[in-house]
Design a protein around this ligand. Structure first.
Ligand code: 5AD
Ligand code: SF4
Length: 453
């Protein structure tokens, strides 16, 4: 594959460069928001190495799949995709295929055994990708799964792969130092490290100059952000002040680490959205203890009370795992009662999936039968539907600020966007356009969306 002789201008663009004469990268992303942003870093690295990005897999010289290992079904989907890529490679044997991200880090060399994959790169090895790709040109395999103590890709401007140019992610830290018993992330993404705040602000201004209207600051545990005495609340304040016209969000907060300073900063700046994602995982103190979450049910509820005191109209969402090791019916009922007590606006809900080599896999038996896990998960989902609907019903009749993000999936004549509380609103297009910040009167709702005019 020829990579020399391409035109180097535009190379630091934050939008994809489409150029017929360059080799083409097709990249597919699974999993969390951090992965979405990592794919943008990878696109920047490959664009800098002479590639251009394509949305057409049939046109690609290099296919990368950015993977997730957090639950077994996430990995199963990726195995399915690799079988599809095998067919692509049969048609065009010179195409290179790379598995990158968490599954690459977890499964390492073994991924090369199926005769589909040519390249394996862990989340801290993306700078090496051009070299790994080069190796495949001489028929070798390329693998790098070294984790780093300090890699944050701070100097790389991600090439933004979203289609609308309105909302974007900025990673402020990588890795995780917690050892939640169920979680594979500390093993696949390595230890926690924070990014130089100056580079965060540079990226923020770049986005603002390019017309973006909202950023989400990302980290596995943003509350433990720390750079030479700059804590997360300080970073948040600097970000809010640097671009007062930009909406600011962040994710993910950890209940044991979230400080009142963060809440006060949110209350102080209008452009920081009143929305917090605060994963609880379980409502039972004894399960929380075996999960190694380091807070009790009461401490979590105390955090919620403080949020409500400092930011009365703050929306709150959560993550919940059903059927963790040793979970009894009583523990499950504790989860349901906590959900009711908090009245979550939204939740991501999962069945426990044992991940090899995690603390839980080593210490406990995955002893809740599958059918019980399914039943409990369904009860959790049903309850959350009720709570989401109740949360949406409260908004009917009010006028909310909406950032227009896209055309509605259901109708060309409708647009959609989010309120500061992260609620999705669908409303007639009329003369509005994507990127506008508008006032919308809420007239109806379902549990998933608000309808406005
Ligand atoms: N099984 C089920 N859900 C999990 N999560 C993380 N690990 C697992 C697992 N092994 C969920 C947690 C976490 C979210 C990102 O994914 O709820 O907050
Ligand atoms: Fe996983 Fe816990 Fe770290 Fe979140 S805080 S990434 S759940 S170990």
């Amino acid at each position: 594959m020829q990579t020399a002789g391409f035109d180097r201008k535009n190379i630091s663009s934050i939008r994809p460069v489409f150029d017929r004469d360059r080799p083409k990268l097709y990249i597919e992303t699974y999993g969390c928001q951090m992965n979405v942003n990592d794919s943008e870093v990878v696109a920047a690295i490959m664009q800098n190495a002479g590639y251009s990005v394509t949305k057409d897999i049939g046109d690609a010289n290099l296919i990368l799949i950015n993977t997730c290992s957090v639950r077994d079904n996430a990995e199963q989907r990726i195995w399915g995709r690799l079988e599809y890529f095998r067919l692509e490679k049969k048609k065009r044997p010179d195409v290179s295929i790379g598995v990158i991200g968490c599954m690459a880090e977890r499964l390492k060399e073994s991924l090369l055994e199926n005769n589909v994959v040519d390249i394996v790169s862990g989340p801290d090895a993306y700078r090496e990708l051009p070299k790994l790709v080069e190796k495949t040109e001489s028929g070798q395999k390329g693998i790098n799964v070294l984790l780093s103590r300090d890699e944050t890709y701070a100097d790389i401007s991600p090439v933004r792969l979203d289609k609308t140019g309105v909302t974007a992610f900025i990673s402020i830290m990588r890795g995780c130092n917690n050892v939640c018993a169920f979680c594979v992330v500390p093993y696949t993404r390595g230890g926690e490290r924070s990014r130089n705040p100056e580079t965060v602000i540079r990226e923020l201004k770049e986005l603002s100059d390019n017309g973006y209207k909202e950023v989400t600051l990302l980290g596995q545990n943003v509350d433990s952000y720390s750079w030479n005495g700059v804590a997360f609340a300080d970073l948040l304040a600097t970000v809010a002040e640097s671009t007062p016209d930009m909406r600011i969000r962040f994710s993910t907060s950890h209940p044991k680490d979230m400080t009142d300073n963060v809440l006060k900063t949110m209350a102080k700046y209008d452009n920081i959205c009143n929305y917090i994602h605060l994963p609880v995982q379980s409502g039972s103190t004894s399960i929380l203890q075996s999960m190694n979450r380091k807070y009790t049910r009461e401490e979590y509820l105390q955090r919620i009370e403080t949020i409500r005191k400092i930011i009365p109209d703050c929306a709150i969402s959560t993550d919940i795992i059903a059927g963790f090791c040793g979970e009894t019916q009583k523990d499950h009922e504790d989860t349901l009662s906590l959900m009711r007590e908090v009245g979550y606006d939204f939740a991501y809900m999962f069945k426990y999936s044992e991940r090899p080599n995690t603390k839980a896999a080593r210490q406990f038996r995955d002893d809740v039968p599958e059918e019980v896990k399914v039943k409990r998960l369904m009860e959790i989902i049903d309850l959350q539907s009720e709570l989401s609907l109740a949360s949406h019903k409260k908004d009917i009749g009010s006028t909310l600020e909406v950032l227009v993000e896209d055309t509605s999936k259901r109708s060309e004549n409708d647009l959609c966007g989010r309120t500061p509380q992260n609620k999705m609103v669908v409303f007639p297009k009329e003369n509005r356009k994507i990127g506008d910040l508008i006032k919308v009167k809420i007239i109806a709702c379902t549990q998933a969306t608000l309808k406005g005019k």
